[in-house]
Structures are given as C-alpha cells and as structure tokens.
Ligand binder design. Structure first.
Ligand SMILES: Nc1ncnc2c1ncn2[C@@H]1O[C@H](COP(=O)(O)OP(=O)(O)OP(=O)(O)O)[C@@H](O)[C@H]1O
Ligand SMILES: [Mn+2]
Length: 568
C-alpha cells in the first residue's frame, strides 16, 4: 500500500514538473514572439493617417488609399542653364539698347525690307497653299459651350490644328520679321498718345438713361479704375475697398455660372457687385493626375489666388481682383441659392454639407463640393467685370492653343515655323496683341498653365487694350515639372516687350518666390496657398524664361527681340 502511495506521489510530481516545464516553454515562446512582433511594428514605415496632417503639408506622405499606385515622384529640378552673371549681362545689354533706341529710332534702316517684297503678296501666296489644304481641316473638339451664349465678339483668327501647310521660305521669313518690326514701330507711333479709357466713362450714358442709381455706388467708383491698360489700380483705395468687399460682403444671391465647364457660383454682393466664386476642390499639394491631360484637370481655387498675386507682383494688373474667402455653405450659398442650385444640395455620410451643381466636368455626387468640415468652405472670389450685353468682349482663339484631344496634336507642336506661318502673317497681330501674347506666355509658364485656349479683351476699349488674364484655375498643377511647351510662342517668335523684361529682372533681383509668399501671407486670410515646392518651381522657371530670351537674343540680337511698343 505504501509502495503504491509512493508511486502515485512520484507520478503526480512528474506530471506537475512536466506541466511546469511546458508552461514555462509556452510563456517564453509567447514573450519572445510578442517581442518579435513589436520589433516588426517598430521597423515598419506606418503611413500617418491623413487626418493628423494639416491638409496643405501632406507632401510626400505615402497615399495609404493608393498603395499600389506609382510611388511619389521625387522632385525633378531642371537646371535653368543660365547664371546670375548672364542675367545681369542681359539686363545691361537690353537697357543700353533701349536707351540707344529712344535716341535714334529708324526702324526702316534697322529692319530693312526688299523693295520687291510685299506682305500682301506673301499672304495671298500662303492663302493659296492653305486653300489647297482645306480638305484636311478637322473640327475643333474642345467644348466651347460658352461661345454662342456669351455673345462675345470672336475674331477671325483661328488656330491651326491641321497638319502642316507649306511654310514660308527662309527669305520670306527675314522680310516678314522685318515687316513685323516696322509695323509694331508704326503702331507705337499711332498709339503712344492714346487717351486712357475707363469702364465707368464707357458705361456712363447708358447707366444715366437706364439705371441712374448705379452711378452713385462703390461699384461705379471701382469701374473708374478699370481701364484699357489694366483692370485695377493696385494703389487705389477703390482696389483695397473692393478686396475687403469680396472678402466680407454679404451674399445676396448665389447662382450658377452657365459659362465654362466646371462649377462656378456667381455671388450677388451689396452695392451692385457681382463676384465669381470657385470652390475648394483639391488640397494644396495635389498634383495633376499622371494619366490626366490638361483638359481633364480639375480647377483649383488656390491656383486662382496664387495667379492673381503673381500677376500683381509682375506689374501686369490683368487678373481682375480676387481673394480667398471662407464661406458658410448653408448660410452663404444654400440659403441664397437659386432654386436650380439649391436642388443639388445634400448632407454627405461624413455629415458635411455638399452641393453638386450643374456642369460638364466634375458636377456629380462623387465629385461634389463639400464643407471641410461641416459648413466651412474655402474658395476664390473674383470681381465679375461687366459682361455682354453691357460690355462687349473679344474672345481670341489662341494661335498656340492645344488640341484638346487625346490623340491629336496642334500644328505648332510639330511646326517650328508656326509663328511665321500663322502669327506674323496675320495683321491682327501687328500691334500690342503680339507682345501681350508673349507676356501671357511668360506668365503661363511661371504658373504652369497649359489651358490658355482663348485670350480675352474688352472689345469696347478698341485696339489698344490689354489682355485680361481670366481663368487660371488649372495652373499650379505640378511643381515637379516645368512645361517648356508653354514658352513656344516666345521660342518661335522671339519677340518680347522691354518693359516686361525690366519688371522680370526686378523681381528676379528681389527673389520672386519671396515676393510671392510674402504677398500671399500678407494679403490672404487663407493659409499656405502655395506649398514650398511650387515656390521653388517659380524661381526655377524664371531662370528658364531668361535662358529662352538669351537664346533668342543670340539668334536675332537684342534689338531684334526686345521691343518698346510704348506699353508699360
Ligand atoms: N472676372 C470675370 N469677369 C467677367 N467675365 C468673366 C470673369 N471670369 C470669367 N468670366 C467669363 O466666364 C467665362 C468662364 O469662366 P472661366 O474661364 O473661369 O471658366 P472655365 O470653366 O474654366 O471655362 P472653360 O472651360 O471655357 O475654360 C470666361 O470665359 C468669361 O467669359
Ligand atoms: Mn478654363
């Protein structure tokens, strides 16, 4: 019996010992494996959820919703190939040439034309070639839905989208270039003493007859500062008052703008002002989707804001006054909306107020404009200048317009003679429009805008009227790429306005990106309109622009490129 009890105790002890050893091993494994897991966790590069990053600084963070997509592009810095010393040299050369010019202006000697050569004959000859070619013409595909409704005056200038007709000969190119120089000099002589015309004066008689009360408004006071040379006076109290009004004026009515392809809301503001509101659509660091063409790109309110400030810094004053504004979707838009617009409002699953609107691009429930969060909505708000029938506009199809087709190229993309074949041959361009177009090419290159399908002017001002830089919503699409094709007008025509060069040089010396970021910080309530990468890109592009002008000057000399047409 004692023997059995002893064996039982031994067995129990054995079982207990086995259990203990098993328990210890299991515990150890558990502890060890937990440590290993923690090590793995520590080493993994966990993407930070977007909610904890301020939306403008989410740069270069892995997109956790799109892990399998192309990795974030590294920023490609393209060297501008021009040293600061060369820019200084260029400035000296150009300034001396200008001083020289003002003393002895004999453009006919400087740019001689053979007595046997005739501009009209060349035009006739080229038209004959073109007529042979008309069967090849293909219709434009860009949805110009606005064209007919707008009652704007369209010029006969058409972009050439066909395959190349016969180019002008090398001999004719020399004559034609000189002819353009002489024509611009003649135009300057005829227009240098033009009286400056303002919109208020233009509209006065009709207002007095039909709506005399409007003559006593701040709106009318502002119209006095809109003239044929610029759309505002940056130093005037009217301009400052207008910005304040755009920012704080109560919205009386909100309606959709029928013109254009993306959502835009017209706000009626007090004192007879109307304003164009483009809402927030994408974060500041959004880059045009790699598989999207320029014509599918979504409009950006921050691009409109930044473009306005840049235009102002460059001294053009051709973008109608615009400012960033934070609105309350329900109080400022929904409650003031026309019936049509109000119908498109809804509350999203995230409990934000949204609206869809009606337009041909991005106006569906999946691309709705939504409060971020709730009812808070950022946007750009721009004063609307008088439109038809009050004032006639001239909508000029850009001769360097892109094809707006995924499969077709525009002719200028494959014809290096396009400027001679289409622009110099068209006497609609033998005036300030030619140099305004070069200014616009420089401006669009700096902001990266590939969407300049038309150029706009106020027709009622007549021929000596600056372009108005409307619609910059598709600029600032990429900071990692400089779209050199935007400079094609400058590269192919090699003409540029003296006064624009002088201003570009001045901002270069002062640091363009510094001026721009300071202007945005001081003038805007919305924060961080441009991420640093865009600012870096602007400085880089200014260098590239100078390098292009340098190349032109090496080919055609300073006087052959730089033109003083009397416009500041
Ligand atoms: N500030 C303004 N003052 C007067 N008219 C304006 C103003 N802004 C825009 N417009 C008019 O409204 C039209 C459409 O505006 P905008 O070009 O900004 O829209 P969009 O959707 O980009 O158009 P599109 O698709 O044709 O490029 C302009 O072509 C112009 O006729
Ligand atoms: Mn547009």
């Amino acid at each position: 019996m004692r023997h059995i009890r002893l064996r039982l105790r031994t067995s129990i002890l054995f079982i207990l010992a086995t259990l203990t050893i098993f328990f210890l091993i299991t515990l150890n494994t558990l502890i060890w494996s937990t440590n290993e897991l923690e090590q793995v966790e520590e080493n993994r590069d966990i993407p930070i959820p977007p909610g904890v990053i301020p939306f403008w600084s989410a740069i270069n963070h892995q997109n956790i919703y799109d892990i399998h997509a192309t990795s974030v592009n590294t920023i490609f810095i393209r060297p501008s190939n021009i040293s600061q010393r060369r820019v200084e040299e260029l400035y000296e050369l150009i300034r001396n040439a200008k001083n020289d010019d003002t003393q002895s202006v004999d453009k006919e000697k400087l740019f001689p034309i053979d007595s046997t050569w005739s501009f009209d004959k060349l035009v006739e000859q080229q038209q004959a070639h073109d007529n042979d070619d008309t069967n090849k013409q293909t219709p434009e595909t860009h949805a110009d839905t606005a064209d007919s409704a707008a009652k704007t005056t369209k010029t006969t200038i058409r972009p050439d989208l066909t395959t190349s007709a016969k180019s002008v000969s090398e001999y004719d190119k020399i004559q034609l270039r000189n002819y353009v120089h002489q024509s611009l000099a003649k135009w300057k002589k005829e227009h240098q003493n033009d009286k400056i015309i303002n919109l208020a004066d233009l509209m006065h008689d009709e207002l007095l007859r039909d709506e005399p009360s409007r003559l006593n408004t701040t709106w009318y006071e502002f119209m006095k500062t809109v003239n044929n040379l610029r759309v505002y006076d940056p130093n005037s109290s009217e301009f400052k008052r207008l910005l304040n009004h755009l920012q704080n004026g109560e919205v009386i009515e909100a309606s959709e703008m029928s013109q254009g392809t993306q959502i835009k809301v017209i706000f009626d503001l007090p004192d007879g002002f109307e304003a164009l509101f483009k809402p927030y659509r994408v974060p500041r660091n959004y880059q045009t989707l790699p598989d999207h063409f320029y014509f599918s790109d979504i409009e950006r309110h921050h691009a409109e804001i930044a473009a306005f400030h840049l235009d102002k810094i460059l001294g053009f004053y051709r973008v109608p006054p615009l400012i960033g504004r934070l609105v309350h979707i329900t109080r400022d838009i929904h409650e003031k909306a026309t019936e049509e617009l109000a119908k498109t409002f809804f509350i999203s699953p995230a409990n934000n107020t949204c609206f869809r609107g009606h337009c041909s691009y991005y106006c569906d429930t999946s691309h709705a404009v939504c409060g971020k969060p709730g009812d808070r909505l950022e946007g750009s708000i721009q004063v609307l200048l008088p439109r038809p029938p009050e004032i006639e506009w001239k909508k000029i199809t850009h001769p360097y317009r892109r094809s707006y087709s995924a499969i077709r190229k525009a002719k200028w993309e494959s014809n290096e003679n396009h400027c001679y074949d289409e622009v110099f041959l068209n006497d609609d361009y033998h005036n300030r429009l030619l140099l305004d177009m070069m200014d616009l090419s420089a401006f669009d290159f700096l902001i990266g805008n590939m969407d300049r399908h038309h150029m706009m002017r106020i027709q009622t001002f007549g021929a000596n009227s600056a372009l108005i830089h409307l619609d910059n919503g598709r600029s600032f699409g990429r900071y990692d790429h400089d779209e050199l094709s935007i400079l094609t007008p400058i590269r192919q025509c090699c003409l540029f306005r003296y006064s624009t060069f002088a201003r570009l040089y001045r901002v270069y010396r002062q640091g363009l990106s510094t001026l721009l970021s300071r202007s945005l910080e001081n003038g805007e309530q919305l924060r961080k309109i441009l991420v640093d990468e865009h600012l870096t890109a602007i400085d880089r592009r200014l260098g590239i622009l100078f390098a292009h002008l340098d190349t032109c000057i090496k080919t055609y000399t300073v006087k052959g490129v730089m033109i003083d047409d009397g416009i500041d």
